[in-house]
Design a protein around this ligand. Sequence first.
Ligand SMILES: [Zn+2]
Length: 141
Amino acid sequence: MERIPVLFSLAKRGISVPSVVCPICEEEHLMISCDFAQMVWSVITSWCKVPSIYAFSVKDLLELHKYTFFPKRKAKAFYVVCLTTIWCIWRARNVLVFEGKSVSLNNVMGEIKTLSFLWVKNRGKHLDLTWDNGSEFKFTL
Ligand SMILES: [Zn+2]
């Protein structure tokens, strides 16, 4: 949304940056069009049982919950999942760049499910959400 000075934004402003190539898939693009991010969103849509996502901006991702047919509480929980997904993809890229740790779809999905469960469970009122089989929570509210 051009509010955070990411590498692309800095380069557009004429600031010298080492590279604007995506550290995960090694192509020149913004986070929204990253192949890895699109794989994550594909798993998210399957998990949450929503149609495939065709987002052209971060704003599109932030408004996805408005276009589901979920009841209000579940739409809010899905919004949390979307926020968590953006956060976890961003964090995985930073961990790769700054700590040299590789990015794994399974690890990112595990983090998204764990964090979104904790955030929905602890911030949501009157939600009866449980961790299923010790492995993940089911996205049914
Ligand atoms: Zn990429």
